[in-house]
Design a protein around this ligand. Structure first.
Ligand SMILES: Nc1ncnc2c1ncn2[C@@H]1O[C@H](COP(=O)(O)O)[C@@H](O)[C@H]1OP(=O)(O)O
Ligand SMILES: [Mg+2]
Length: 354
């Protein structure tokens, strides 16, 4: 199977990074985090980025990585750096063989800073480029709600491998969509999912607790003959996606169920396993460019589960233009069967606004 190793490393890297994000969240929730006033998001972002980049660089030293952060701030702030270093050292996979596959612990503080700085690729059309979002859905993370650790591999600009860790999504692929799930930080039993996909080979989910080496269960979007029955997902933040336009599109499609608002690429994962049908992300800002790391992994997972994606003008998403999707506006994802109808409704709603 092609990209077998890439998927395995991506899942392992994401699994290890989620261990760190969960440790950061629980210290934050217990109020034991602060040696400094730094936000837990900053700490989690830096730590998870360091762990994931070090995993990729170990397995695929030639590959490029697009990450959100660089280490400039950490080099200037030793207390923040030490705090992150402590968490990075503590985040280990229990299975020694699995830990070995991603290079084992990061060797030194300098190696950690260098790893963070290696996420400096500018993206592009050629070659192998990983797009990394160490904590996607920062608001959800802080609320104890949905957030995701996301890693996608672009090959010549095409999303080809995707791995997403959703520590607060229910393990059960058939659990009803309830954005409040996850609010209980201590419920370890029923939640935490690791999603994976390779272009042309399907999408899978497995419990985070069982780990990346566990064979995944195939996931599929729900067959949807009639958009009237659909549930759609959208951002919690009205600044990230226009709730008004999303609602107008839903009305045009005859949808009567309320939207499910959820932070992060957990939206992509949810529709990919049939817990929800459509993802509407209509732009609010005319100038905002969606970042490739906010969509690359989710795109592979949805496509491999039987979905299709485009922007609000119906154009395919172009991941080969750099660090952003600068050729696109917004994102729409839906099962293949109803995709043309959904895009038609989107175009009509946007045309009516002109
Ligand atoms: N104006 C905007 N429009 C769309 N997405 C945005 C906007 N501003 C920030 N984002 C991004 O939306 C993502 C989260 O989406 P959601 O709300 O659906 O979970 C974040 O990664 C965030 O990026 P950033 O982390 O750089 O702020
Ligand atoms: Mg993000």
């Amino acid at each position: 199977m092609t990209y077998e190793k890439e998927l395995e490393i991506a899942l392992l890297a994401v699994q290890r990074a989620t261990i760190l994000t969960k440790a950061v969240y629980s210290s934050h929730a217990k109020g034991t985090l602060s040696k400094s006033d730094t936000s837990p998001v900053t700490i989690g972002d830096f730590g998870a980025q360091a762990l994931i980049i070090s995993s990729i660089k170990h397995a695929f030293p030639e590959d490029e990585i697009v990450g959100e952060e660089d280490a400039d701030d950490l080099r200037k702030n030793s207390s923040l750096r030490d705090q992150i270093w402590e968490l990075v050292q503590a985040a280990k996979l229990e299975d020694a063989e699995a830990e070995e596959k991603i290079g084992g612990p990061i060797k030194s503080v300098d190696a950690m800073l260098d790893a963070i700085d290696s996420g400096n690729s500018q993206g592009g059309r050629i070659g192998r480029i990983w797009a990394l979002d160490p904590i996607d859905g920062t608001k959800g993370f802080l609320r104890g709600g949905q957030y995701a650790v996301c890693l996608g591999l672009l090959v010549d600009g095409v999303p080809t491998v995707g791995a997403i860790g959703c520590p607060n999504l229910p393990v059960d692929d058939n659990a009803p969509l309830d954005p409040s799930i996850g609010a209980d930080a201590d419920d370890k039993e029923g939640k935490g999912v690791l999603f994976g996909a390779v272009k042309g080979q399907g999408a899978t989910s497995r419990p985070l607790s069982k780990g990346a080496l566990q064979e995944g269960k195939k996931i599929y979007m729900k067959p949807l003959d009639d958009t009237k029955q659909a549930t759609f997902c959208e951002s919690v933040e009205s600044g990230h996606s226009s709730h008004g336009d999303n609602a107008a599109i839903a009305a045009k499609l005859g949808i009567t169920k309320p939207s499910v608002r959820m932070d992060s690429q957990a939206k992509y994962c949810s529709i990919a396993r049939g817990a929800g049908d459509l993802y509407l992300r209509l732009p609010v800002s005319k100038t905002y460019e969606e970042k490739i790391w906010d969509h690359a992994a989710g795109a592979v997972i949805v496509q491999e589960a039987g979905g299709e994606l485009a922007d609000s003008e119906g154009k395919p998403l172009d991941f080969g233009l750099g660090r952003t999707l600068k050729g696109n506006k917004g994102v729409i994802a839906a099962p293949k069967g109803v995709f043309p109808e959904v895009i038609k409704a989107v175009k009509e709603v946007l045309a009516a606004k002109l």
